[in-house]
Write a protein that binds this ligand. Structure first.
Ligand code: HMG
Ligand code: MG
Length: 302
């Protein structure tokens, strides 16, 4: 049986948000801005650049207004941010964010820990955000956390993921990103979960967001590509983790995803060498090794 892959994949770079939100050390706005600018120099077309959440909950993202104000925007690039409620949306609007994302969960306990309300309450809380965004012609992306397991509840039923995906899609999210927050999914479970979700929301309205805690992210992305999903969230240098998912490591490294896609002749528009420079820059600024295996291998040959 032949397998068809998309000719083109859209990379949603989440490093400056998902990657940095969990960092304990203070990171200067100028470093965040330089990272975003290096990513766009490498050809990244979509950068999740900040988050307008309660700064007491996620102090690292408190300066997101400054990031958006100080960065030099490249025409054609989308600079996006998380907005959990109307207050967050208004902050985002004040600094001309191009797109916003709301974030729900497929696990009740995670929803409570992450955004302090039930799944149903979160959906009602997102309604005014979507209405306000629509009034300002700002597209809204939706996230679902814990699609392949929850740090508090363990296994999560695919039906629960499909239900939230259908709700987010019906309320106006142009795309729903499926988050394996703790990276426990593997090819078999992810394949079954995706089949269930795709029966509720078509593959061309879905994205995948794998954290690489168990080293399964690339394989899971490969499965998602085979099911017709062509939007992949990733984080340069494998930065990241969620503050409300203890032990969750970074997102799959963008360098590793681009290398795999290059090998499949799938176009991303991203220059791998320049992307590695961006990853090296932020790894050095944070004082740690680059978590991308591809970056480490290619750097050793430089
Ligand atoms: P809450 O405490 O229920 O909100 O928080 P509230 O409406 O009761 O307000 C309480 C206080 O928060 C008030 O201030 C508000 O002004 C303030 P006070 O009167 O106490 O001084 N507040 C805000 N301040 C600034 N910006 C705002 C805002 N909203 C309220 N937008 C809330 C609810 C959702 C805000 C809170 O729970 C929160 O900020 N959570 C942050 C969660 C988060 O950022 N998690 C990480 C991102 S999600 C993720 O990483 C997963 C993902 O990557 C996918 C995956 O991997 O699974 C997307
Ligand atoms: Mg995440």
């Amino acid at each position: 049986m032949s397998i068809f892959y998309p000719k083109q994949v859209h990379i949603v770079e989440v490093g400056p948000r998902d990657g940095l939100q969990n960092e304990k050390q203070a990171i200067d706005t100028s470093i965040k801005v330089a990272l975003i600018e290096k990513l766009t120099e490498a050809g990244v077309q979509y950068v999740e650049s900040g988050s307008f959440v309660n700064p007491k909950w996620v102090p690292q993202m408190a300066g997101s207004e400054a990031v958006f104000t100080e960065l030099t925007r490249v025409k054609g690039v989308t600079y996006a941010a998380l907005t959990p409620n109307l207050q967050g949306f208004e902050r985002a609007l004040s600094v001309h964010v191009d797109e916003v994302a709301i974030f729900a969960a497929a696990s009740e306990t995670f929803s409570q820990k992450n955004i302090n309300c039930s799944i149903a309450e979160s959906i009602s809380r997102f309604e005014p955000v979507i209405a306000a965004a629509s009034e300002h012609n700002i597209p809204v992306r939706g996230y679902i956390s814990c699609v392949a397991g929850c740090p508090y509840e363990g296994d999560i039923a695919s039906e629960a993921v499909a239900k939230v995906a259908a709700q987010l899609s019906a309320m106006g999210c142009y795309e729903v990103s499926l988050g394996d927050t703790i990276g426990t999914g593997s090819a078999g479970s992810v394949s079954a979960m995706l089949d269930k979700v795709i029966s509720a929301v078509p593959a061309d309205k879905l994205a995948v967001h794998f954290h690489d805690t168990y080293g399964q992210a690339l394989t899971n992305i490969f499965v998602a590509l085979q099911k017709g999903i062509s939007v992949i969230d990733s984080s340069v240098a494998g930065l990241g983790g969620c503050p409300y998912a203890k032990g969750a490591s970074g997102n799959v490294a963008t360098e590793d995803v681009v290398y795999m896609l290059n090998g499949l002749n799938i176009h991303t528009g991203i220059n791998l060498d320049k992307l590695i420079d961006a990853g090296n820059f932020i790894s050095a600024a944070l004082g740690r090794d680059n978590q991308s295996k591809v970056a480490r291998a290619l750097i050793s040959k430089r």
